[in-house]
Structure formats: structure tokens, C-alpha cells
Design a protein around this ligand. Structure first.
Ligand SMILES: [Zn+2]
Length: 422
């Protein structure tokens, strides 16, 4: 890349670490507005001197990569050819990207937009995206039903004849800025690092040996974001925004298990997102890979058995007790990190928040995003077997109820308001 321009990375600070050949590593200054000031995330295993983080890309899939290398299917120094992989739409930068502590669990520059860091990659730095953005068509059978029942309409652009929904989707890997994570949870960074080291069975010794490395790529699932409608509407105060943050439940989301309300909630969220997109706004579904309240599916299925086999069968009053007996806690989702995705998208106000969870509501509003209305799922969409879960959550204060009108009525009202205003 011969160019007369001065190199963009003129501000890069080279650091060295005692006992390590880190002279070529680029310092990360978390929260800096200029991505070159901030510095790229470099988790390469090719040239270890370039590494400026703990962990590797692709989270838990790194173990499969190791298997592929061990079995001879993959070269240990394979470099990704990123030709034509750039995002289909550009997200940000938004003011929230540089507000201290707003985003600490993902890399806002992770999509490598506009050939970001291309010159450094040409110089031999193995810089990989932690975010990928693409366009897709999705087809949800329940939406066809909703069309038949007259709840939603085909517009030919966002929802096509035949049920195809046009979306932009983004996959986001977690990138943790450890001082920020420690601060958000009110713990000492050294305690956080030691506990992460211990609870991963010593997988990441640098957590305790390299306090100078402040960024950690944890081996956990990230987020997938589905955006319906016009991307610009997400940050436009004059256009409506609907959001559902959904925590993964494979049994219900994919396989239609009727013991919980997850898929009905997800589909209802998509329906509200679509209606908002169709009146000129945007609808966003944020899908978090946190199976079984982040306890995992084995724990979840053990709890299902414990709930059903207890004296008197599955009951709302023991729903959480049984979970706690098996897992030690009722819930490990830690919604405190969840609003980071919303801040990455530049959200400052959500008109329709498709969830009645107080944990989610509190996390979002305390992070500085206004929520205008909360939308509950219509009763008729809740499967019979899931009533135990709903009752238990109501009794435990999971939800706020009372003055929330029927979702469909509310959606139509807000839709009309904005249609009138456009
Ligand atoms: Zn579920």
C-alpha cells in the first residue's frame, strides 16, 4: 500500500513487557475515539510478540480449531483471507463508543469497517474481526400465521410474499476490558482476574501473570443482532425503535419445547419489531448466547427432572428453589453486560421494549437508555405447560405488571402515532 499520506498509525505506542518479547505489540487504550489511538485487538497465535490480549478469537470454538490442527486438517499458522468479508452496512461510530465505561464487553471497532487497520495488516499484523455484519432472509412459520390472522401485513419490502423477512444481522464475539468489567461489578480487578483464572481450570495463566494485558477474549458465546427496517432509525429520535433482548433457549427457540415461553416470546418480539419497522422505524432482536440462564443445558435438564419428580409435581412455588439446589443460584445471566450491544448500535431511547423482565429493564435504563413502553406477551401465546414458569417469575418479582396494555393494542397505537407523524 504505497501512499503519500502519513501512516495512520502514527500515534501507536509500542510497549515492552519484562520477560516477554512484546516490543512489537500495540498498546490498547480502551475508550479512545480514534481506532488507531485505541489500537487494534490482536489475538494472533502466529506471531506471539504481536499479541495484546489474553485468549483467542472465536471463544469456545478455539478448542475445535486445536482439534483440527492436532489432526492435521488445519495449518497452525493459517491466516484468514478477509477479501470481500467487510460489513454490508456500516454501524457507528456513535458517541456512546467513547463514553467511559459504556462499552466494556465487546470491541466497538470489531467489524473492521472501511478497511480499518488494513495498513497494519499489510505490515504483517494478524488483525481479525470480532464482529461480522451481513444481510439475510429469514422465514418464521408463526409470522405466516400472524399474517393469516391479520395481526401483521406483507409489505413486499421488509416482509415479502411467502413469509421472507429481510434483515441485517451481526454476530458479535465478547471482548472484555477487564478494568471496566471489574468496575461494573464492583469487584477488584485482581480478584476478578484470579477468579476467572481459577474457574476456567487455569486455562488462561496470563490473567494472573500479565496484569499489563487488560483485554480478555473469554471462551463464551456472544450476541447475534437481527435488525429489521432502516438502520438509521435506531439513532433517529423522530422514528420509533422496538427492541427485544432474548437469552438463548435451544429447547424452545429451535425445538419448540413447551415447558417455557422462550420461542413465543422471541416470535412476539420479531412481530413487534416488524410492525415498528413497517411504520418507518427499526426493530432489533438481540440474541444472547446464555443457555439456561447461563447455567447451561445440562443443569437446565437436571432442574426439569427435579421440578417434575418432586412431591406434588411441577409447582410455581418451588420453581426457583429447585434451580438453586442444583446450580447454587437461580440465574447467572448478569444482564449488567447486556446493554453494551445497545450502546454499540447507538441506542439512546427504546420506544417499545418487548420484555417484562425487571432485571433487563433495570440494566438498560441504568446504563442510560430510556425505555418508553414495556410490552408483555399476549396471554394466548403462552403454552399451557409454561404457566408454572410464568407464575413462578411473577411471584418472584421478575415482571412488572398492571398498567401495561395489551401488546397488540399498544403496538397499533404507537404505529399510528408515528404514521401520523411521518
Ligand atoms: Zn426456555
Amino acid at each position: 500500500m504505497a501512499t503519500a499520506q502519513p501512516p495512520r498509525h502514527k500515534h501507536i505506542v509500542l510497549t515492552s513487557h519484562p520477560g516477554h518479547s512484546g516490543q512489537d505489540s500495540i498498546e490498547i487504550k480502551w475508550g479512545e475515539a480514534d481506532p488507531y489511538e485505541r489500537g487494534p485487538i490482536i489475538a494472533t497465535l502466529g506471531n506471539r510478540a504481536h499479541r495484546n490480549v489474553i485468549g483467542t478469537h472465536s471463544g469456545g470454538y478455539a478448542v475445535y480449531r486445536a482439534l483440527a490442527i492436532a489432526s492435521g486438517d488445519l495449518e497452525h499458522d493459517h491466516r484468514a483471507d478477509l477479501t470481500d468479508t467487510a460489513p454490508t452496512v456500516s454501524i457507528g461510530p456513535h458517541p456512546s463508543w467513547t463514553v467511559p465505561d459504556k462499552i466494556i464487553s465487546l470491541d466497538p471497532f470489531g467489524a473492521l469497517d472501511h478497511d480499518l487497520f488494513a495498513d497494519l495488516r499489510t505490515e504483517g499484523y494478524d488483525i481479525r474481526p470480532s464482529i461480522a455484519i451481513t444481510k439475510a432472509h429469514i422465514n418464521i412459520p408463526e409470522l405466516q400465521e400472524a399474517v393469516t390472522q391479520g395481526r401483521i401485513r406483507v409489505d413486499g419490502k421488509i416482509l415479502k410474499e411467502g413469509g421472507e423477512l429481510v434483515v441485517t444481522k451481526a454476530a458479535i464475539e465478547p471482548v472484555w476490558y477487564l478494568p471496566g468489567i471489574a468496575q461494573r461489578f464492583g469487584v477488584r480487578e485482581s480478584d476478578l482476574r484470579r477468579t476467572l483464572f481459577e474457574q476456567t481450570g487455569g486455562m488462561f495463566p496470563e490473567l494472573v501473570t500479565r496484569p499489563d494485558l487488560q483485554v480478555f477474549l473469554p471462551p463464551i458465546g456472544g450476541h447475534t443482532v437481527y435488525i429489521l427496517g432502516d438502520l438509521e432509525a435506531i439513532t433517529d429520535p423522530d422514528r420509533p425503535l422496538a427492541v427485544r433482548i432474548h437469552d438463548e433457549c435451544n429447547g424452545s427457540d429451535v425445538f419448540g419445547s413447551d415447558i417455557c415461553t422462550c420461542r413465543p416470546y422471541l416470535v412476539h418480539g420479531i412481530e413487534v419489531a416488524l410492525e415498528t419497522a413497517q411504520v418507518g422505524g427499526a426493530g432489533v432482536i438481540i440474541y444472547a448466547r446464555k443457555e439456561g440462564r447461563a447455567l447451561g443445558e445440562v443443569t437446565k435438564f437436571l432442574v426439569y427432572n427435579a421440578r417434575k419428580r418432586q412431591e406434588g409435581g411441577d409447582r410455581a412455588d418451588t420453581y426457583f428453589t429447585r434451580t438453586e439446589c442444583v446450580a447454587g443460584v437461580q440465574d447467572m445471566r448478569f444482564q449488567e453486560l447486556m446493554p453494551d450491544v445497545m450502546h454499540w448500535l447507538g441506542m439512546t431511547r427504546i420506544d417499545q421494549f418487548v420484555s417484562m423482565s425487571n432485571l433487563k429493564y433495570d440494566a438498560v435504563t441504568q446504563s442510560g437508555i430510556e425505555i418508553v413502553e414495556r410490552i408483555s406477551i399476549p396471554e394466548e401465546l403462552i403454552p399451557a405447560d409454561a404457566q408454572v414458569e410464568i407464575k413462578a417469575k411473577k411471584a418472584a418479582g421478575y415482571y412488572t405488571e398492571g398498567d401495561v396494555p395489551d401488546a397488540t393494542v399498544l403496538t397499533q397505537t404507537i404505529g399510528r402515532q408515528y404514521e401520523d407523524g411521518l
